[in-house]
Write a protein that binds this ligand. Sequence first.
Ligand code: GSH
Length: 217
Amino acid sequence: MVIELFGHPFSSYTWKALIPLYENDTPFEFRELDPDHPDNGAEFARRWPVAKFPLLVDGDEQVMEATSIIEYLDAVHPGATRFIPDDPAAAREVRMLDRIFDNYVMNVMSEVVADALRPAERKDPVTVEQAKARLDTVYAWLDERMRTREWAVGDAFTLADCAAAPSLFYADWVHPIPDGPLKDYRARLLARPSVARAVDGGRPYRHLFPLAAPDRD
Ligand SMILES: N[C@@H](CCC(=O)N[C@@H](CS)C(=O)NCC(=O)O)C(=O)O
């Protein structure tokens, strides 16, 4: 039975789950969630009432949350690229960086995007200003960290990089990352074939980006 992934090709958290699948050439069927595929939407809604994607289905197994999907793939369908190091201390650091990218980059960037989607009378400039200030704080911390690393945790591409790629891709669109090690790391991520493939999948949908997608990347 082939793995199924429910998601959307322009969704940052869907990219986070697509990257490890592409990284290891893991066979899967993409169940795109859009008005052209109502069956996918109906099955997704039945399977996960919270309705946050991605969602992975593998026979009788159903896995929500992009991080858990990557943990599942690494444990049940391992490939050449391992996303969780065997060493417990390194694994803890990978999981910590994964949380940092999700909570302090991806989710903060999403607050700015969500504000752009609101009608004019419900926009909140204070929320946007505070979100951008929080991005500045985490950019500075990550910039310092990336001075000495190729990937988020040392020399190997891991779960943390799967989180970093969509986070930094969209964060830079929302609030540009200053030149330096963090911006260089973003460029390294975008040059990685698995990440480039996820980015390419979203190209036809760039007109949907509410802040107007920049003409780059
Ligand atoms: N914590 C979830 C977040 C997933 C998430 O926020 N996905 C967005 C798409 S990028 C979504 O489902 N948006 C639809 C909605 O909120 O209704 C994860 O890590 O998978």
